[in-house]
Design a protein. Structure first.
Length: 140
């Protein structure tokens, strides 16, 4: 949490977001940082829980798939959310899975939104990719 606070004031130099991470942060939470209350995603009445949390809106399944070794609630912190995203992308966003003609940013954004096969779910992730493309322009 302290690192996130310092990052927001530009006081931490060793933690740098990529343009895509910045864009996804913008799309998912409007670049909000977790304060006293966690940033919670959509409520699922059937499961009786929130489906995601934190500034990058990470789900529990995404967190598990990422291979990180810290508890799920720590994705409330921007640095831990980004580390989770990087772990997920390291596992799934590989050259052998990249569709011809699709950029890395598009593939990763679609995966972040649609899961490990999100880059093949073109219609389902199209609106998310459009928002991310727009946000990328602000993060360059």
């Amino acid at each position: 949490m302290l690192t996130t606070l310092l990052l927001s004031f530009g006081l931490v130099a060793d933690f740098k977001l990529t343009d895509l991470e910045c864009a996804i942060w913008q799309v998912e939470s409007g670049k909000k940082l977790t304060g006293d209350k966690p940033i919670l995603g959509d409520w699922c009445p059937r499961r009786k829980r929130f489906m995601s949390r934190g500034p990058l809106q990470i789900s529990e399944a995404y967190h598990r798939d990422s291979g990180v070794k810290f508890p799920y609630h720590m994705v409330d912190d921007l640095e831990h959310a980004v580390l989770t995203m990087r772990g997920f992308m390291k596992r799934y966003a590989r050259e052998d899975r990249k569709p011809a003609g699709m950029s890395w940013n598009e593939m990763k954004a679609r995966m972040h939104n649609g899961g490990p096969r999100g880059h093949w779910r073109i219609e389902a992730t199209q609106q998310y990719w459009e928002k991310t493309k727009e946000a990328l322009a602000d993060c360059n």
